[in-house]
Design a protein around this ligand. Structure first.
Ligand code: FES
Ligand code: FES
Length: 151
């Protein structure tokens, strides 16, 4: 049975097993490949998207649990905070290989939606589970601080 999903200001109809993880729906069913696959078991944060504004790991979020929630991905063109964070990422030259960065950015947006002015410690705690093999952590922290301070 087809399920309706609200993703990045569009409504999609998806005919998939209700147990299918959202990450698979995004990438394999809808070709929204901006969201990346890392570990597949909620350990790396690469697949992070927002569900009603809160960061979730799409690799372990089944289709059946989404209901009417709004999903926001790195490909969203209209979220003003996402745009600000992306600009701060560029200004702070955060990205190296880039693979983890969609998840890093979405986790940062989730943090800033719930806490617009996080302390350095709050940033470190919130970003702790998002792994970057290139070690861009300090620049990520600087970019988030810049957004929180309105720079
Ligand atoms: S791919 Fe989802 S947390 Fe690693
Ligand atoms: S930028 Fe390469 S894994 Fe993070």
């Amino acid at each position: 049975m087809a399920i309706q999903l609200k993703i990045d200001d569009r409504t999609y109809s998806v005919d998939a097993d209700p147990d299918t993880p959202l990450l698979w729906i995004l990438r394999d069913y809808l070709n929204l490949t901006g969201t990346k696959f890392g570990c597949g078991v909620a350990q790396c944060g690469t697949c992070t998207v927002l569900m009603d504004g809160s960061a979730i790991r799409s690799c372990v979020t089944p289709l059946s649990s989404i209901g009417n929630a709004e999903i926001t991905t790195i490909q969203n063109q209209t979220d003003p905070l996402l745009k600000k964070v992306q600009e701060a990422w560029i200004d702070n030259d955060v990205i190296q290989c880039g693979y983890c960065q969609p998840g890093q950015i979405m986790n940062a947006v989730g943090l800033l939606k719930s806490n617009p002015h996080p302390s350095e410690e709050e940033i470190i705690n919130a970003m702790d589970g998002n792994i970057c093999r290139c070690g861009t952590y300090n620049r990520i922290k600087a970019a988030i601080l810049a957004v929180s301070q309105g720079e």
